[in-house]
Design a protein around this ligand. Sequence first.
Ligand code: CMC
Length: 393
Amino acid sequence: TGAVTYDPGFMNTANTTSEITYIDGDEGILRYRGYPIEQLAEHSTYLEVAYLLIHGELPTRGQLDNFSAQVERRTLLDERFRRLFDGYPRDAHPMAVLQAGVSALSTFYQDSLDPFDEEQVRLSSVRLLAKMPTMAAYAHRIAQGHALLYPDNRLSLIENFLRLTFGFPVEEYIADPAVVRAMEQLLILHADHEQNCSTSAVRLVGSAQANLFTSISAGIGALSGPAHGGANAAVMEMLNLIRDEGIDPRDYMEKVKNKEDGIRLMGFGHRVYKNYDPRARIVKSIADTVLERLGVNDERLELAMKLEEIALNDDYFVERKLYPNVDFYTGIIYKAMGFPTQMFTVLFAIGRLPGWIAQWQEMIHDPDTKIGRPRQIYTGHPERPYQAMEERT
Ligand code: CMC
């Protein structure tokens, strides 16, 4: 079988070539299809970036209008499917509800499951983009014990999502385009990040020729972990703890450095970025805008800034090249918008969806794709004879 390379966490193993996202972790650079993240966050919309990631080029006006119309008219869920959401317990984690919902798309939309039929893949892609925000909103409404609303397709995808989530009256959101715009920007910042854990999960499941819905539901499962997408919620819990228990930020940082109870500064550090995460820079400025627009004064923002300042001037963090990542400031914005902490990772999932779809499609079309099947180095017992029950100690 030849020599096997031991590479836990795939630190040095490229599983694919890819034309989608470029990261230079040392310089802190992120580009989708060649376009700098800063320019996309400033000028484009969520669906425009989704089109770019999936099709490889920025859409013309006509292409974008057509694509948006395809997506926006599919936000409704089949009525029987919608009723599934009534059955989940009220304290269910919204990520679990979302994952189950996306997985169940395979049962209701069976006419778009063939990974090798281009039209079916196109249809399953627009269905996901359209229906995942609806399901995410429903996951939130269940937790609140509120009725599930129907989408209003006169609204844009993101306006609709906010309306479905927060219900009526929505005028305060829709009337404040700055807040809707901030939501779009945050989703754009999360839209792809090359071969991260959840994207690799999507590709791995897809490499077995499982359908797109099933592959994406695996990605949602991976994203729910606190070391990945769950970090934005973990940051909030950390800030709440420091605030509520009146801990001095300097004392907390000492604990982190001494690795007491294995605690880490959540929202800091990244496998690839060994510099300031370019997304975190943009998120920080969105935080200022949104808090001001909504008239929110959240002491956790000052607390987070204090922790960052301590870290950036401390040898422990400097030597290990630990900087704020995208999750460090997002939670403060989501809170100001009215999302409970449990919903943060769900928002990450909506953001990452276009990237998952683009990566899955690239994988399916790549002639080099093989079923993902890592090797191992066996460290167990050598051969030994079966022991009868009465001989075991
Ligand atoms: N706080 C304190 N120490 C840290 C941190 C942190 N946040 N992150 C890494 N370190 C230390 C770690 O203890 C180790 O030190 P030592 O060499 O003394 O053992 C060194 O830095 C290298 O860490 P690592 O765990 O080997 O690095 P990794 O590339 O495996 O981990 C990470 C990357 C993101 C999992 C990690 O930095 C971390 O746990 N951060 C906190 C969680 C977080 O914010 N995750 C979100 C990641 S970005 C969004 C996403 O991808 O979902």
